[in-house]
Design a protein around this ligand. Structure first.
Ligand SMILES: [Ca+2]
Ligand SMILES: [Ca+2]
Ligand SMILES: [Ca+2]
Length: 353
């Protein structure tokens, strides 16, 4: 887990490193939400090292999420540009607000059968971000809004063409981070995520940047140039939840594994007589994955709160805050840091207490 190691090292630098990303949070929405994801990544990295001290960062980032909500209205105003997604000629915006590359494209609409390819370039270090500490010249960030049918399973894989840099991929619904990924495999120059497309109306933002640039913000040095080409391959398919059947007071159990980095498992249960179900995920392979209840009102799927995994533990979530009508409940199991493999074996236990 090279990436976890470097994130842990970043956290190990103390508050300065975290403050650096917080400053970036203030710079813009896209990067901000992404930083939340990276902090989630830090938590995971720390948890893997039995370090629980990073919890405070989560709280701070939640606050930033709230502050960002007011900026979402800018999306509509910024839409209207032409994106040449497949030709690699687009200069994707660095952010929604808080930088000098603020033209946000019309969302890429995923509604076809085959994969959609997006090409971009991390072109250099002349990008300006506006932070609390003044303007910061830093590396390129490419932000691509996209939409897909609600509840479809979207898979995104980003690779560095020619292996010139190590890409970082995160997605946000503009309120909170959905997924975060740095390594498809150890030392890989690709990142892969799956997500359930959540909203009927709002696009999801896919954010690509160089791992080195993220880690070195705000001081640098930064990588970039016309040879720093990235290619994203995006597919979507109908979600196919694993059906746990009818659940009441008697616990229903199921074993699973997050087989590959970025993989996401979707589960469905049906309430027997109402009540509020609890889902407990217990690590059987060493690391506890993330479990997230889904809001499923109005035919959409909205993520509940996300907490990252920890070593050898168990996590219980419920649907109390989601106000879902009807007997069906859905939840996701994945890893906040975008990892997967045997160490992410788990057992589910679902019951209505
Ligand atoms: Ca770019
Ligand atoms: Ca850009
Ligand atoms: Ca990597």
């Amino acid at each position: 887990m090279i990436f976890a190691g470097t994130l842990a090292a970043t956290v190990g630098c103390g508050d300065d490193a975290t403050n650096g990303t917080t400053a970036n949070n203030g710079a813009n929405n896209g990067v901000n939400n992404g930083n939340n994801g990276v902090n989630n990544g830090n938590n995971g990295a720390n948890n893997a090292l039995n370090n629980g001290a990073n919890n405070g960062n989560n709280g701070a980032n939640n606050g930033n999420n709230g502050a960002n909500n007011g900026n979402n209205g800018n999306n509509g105003a910024n839409n209207g540009g032409d994106a040449d997604y497949a030709e690699g000629e687009a200069d994707f915006p660095d952010c929604l607000t808080g930088c000098d590359h603020d033209d946000v494209f019309e969302p890429l609409v995923l509604n076809g059968d085959g994969p959609t390819t997006i090409l971009g370039v991390l072109d250099g270090d002349d990008h300006l971000f506006f932070t609390d500490g003044g303007n910061v010249q830093a590396g390129d960030v490419d932000l691509v809004p996209f939409s897909a049918p609600p509840q479809s399973l979207v898979t995104i894989r980003v690779e560095s063409v020619g292996g010139t840099f190590d890409p970082l991929l995160y997605t946000t619904d503009q309120f909170q981070i959905l997924t975060f990924a740095g390594d498809e495999s150890e030392d890989s120059l690709a990142a892969r995520s799956q997500l359930i497309f959540p909203y009927l109306g709002l696009p999801v933002l896919m954010v690509v940047e160089a791992t080195a640039n993220y880690e070195n913000f705000p001081g640098g040095p930064y990588v970039g140039g016309q040879d720093h080409v990235w290619r994203a391959t995006v597919t979507h398919e109908a979600w196919s939840p694993i059906d746990l059947g009818t659940v009441g007071a008697q616990a229903v159990t199921e074993d699973g594994t997050i087989d590959a980095p970025g993989d996401m498992k979707v589960y469905k249960l049906t309430l027997d007589g109402g009540g509020s179900p609890e889902v407990t995920v217990t690590a059987t392979g060493g690391l506890t994955p993330t479990v997230v209840p889904l809001r499923t009102n109005r035919g959409s799927a909205e993520y509940g709160s996300t907490e990252c995994g920890e070593e050898g533990g168990a996590r219980t979530v419920n649907f109390d805050a989601l106000e879902i009508e009807g007997p069906d409940r859905y939840f996701l199991v994945y890893d906040c840091n975008g990892y997967g493999g045997e160490e992410f074996g788990y057992q589910l236990s679902v019951r209505v207490p």
